[in-house]
Design a protein around this ligand. Structure first.
Ligand code: VGL
Ligand code: ZN
Length: 208
């Protein structure tokens, strides 16, 4: 069943948010158009406790962008973002959630970050997304959202590895580009691992 995964379309990842991705809000109307073209729509939500280890503010003397070791794993430090039950963690107000059947939350363990929608960065704990998709008989997964160079790329690479035919809708994603070229490198990496890169125009033309 053609399935769309909306990755982290939350206020804090949109301009003006705590970890605002340039043009992140422009993805929302495209996502809304895409939703109607899919039978099954699911979403992820970055959902951190206030004491999360990925927040620079929780490491005295550290600043966003610094890299530390968090419980043995390399971790980029971020501004405080997507704290559970705060407005920044809510989905963008214009995102149409009517047909979203399930929201998978991630990043809830303070000791480990979770870029992929499937597993934490340690690859120990699953979000339940893979089992959910398999239960629904999903073989092809289309994804879009924020941020291309973090949650989207990690999710897409896991999806192909898990055996899903994986499509990323490039114009419905935006990235952080902490280092110039990060988004381009993420797209190249996805292509090289067998992720198919497409556009919303292509999808809406073939499915409507
Ligand atoms: C994300 C950085 C930190 C993302 C989440 O959704 O891409 N990036 N937390
Ligand atoms: Zn996060």
């Amino acid at each position: 069943m053609p399935t769309l995964l909306l990755v982290d379309l939350q206020n804090d990842f949109c301009p003006g948010g705590a970890l605002g991705v340039p043009e992140g809000d422009l993805v929302v109307p495209i996502a809304n158009r895409l939703i109607d073209a899919f039978e099954l729509v699911v979403a992820t939500q970055d959902w951190h406790p206030a004491d999360h280890g990925s927040f620079a503010a929780n490491h005295p003397g550290k600043r966003p962008g610094d890299v530390i070791e968090l419980d043995g794993l390399e971790q980029i430090l971020w501004p405080v973002h997507c704290v559970q039950n705060t407005p920044g963690a809510e989905f963008h107000p214009e995102l149409n959630l009517d047909r979203v059947t399930h929201v998978f939350q991630k990043g809830t363990d303070p000791k480990v970050d979770s870029y992929s929608s499937f597993f934490d960065n340690r690859r120990r704990v699953t979000t339940g997304l893979a089992d959910y998709l398999r239960d629904q008989g999903v073989r092809r997964l289309c994804l879009c959202g924020l941020a291309t160079d973090y949650c989207v790329v990690f999710t897409a690479l896991d999806a192909v590895e898990l055996g899903f035919e994986t499509w990323v809708v490039e114009d419905a994603c935006r990235g952080v580009n902490l280092k110039p070229g990060d988004v381009d490198r993420a797209v190249a990496e996805m292509r090289s691992q067998g992720v198919k890169i497409t556009t919303s125009h292509e999808i809406l033309a073939t499915r409507s």
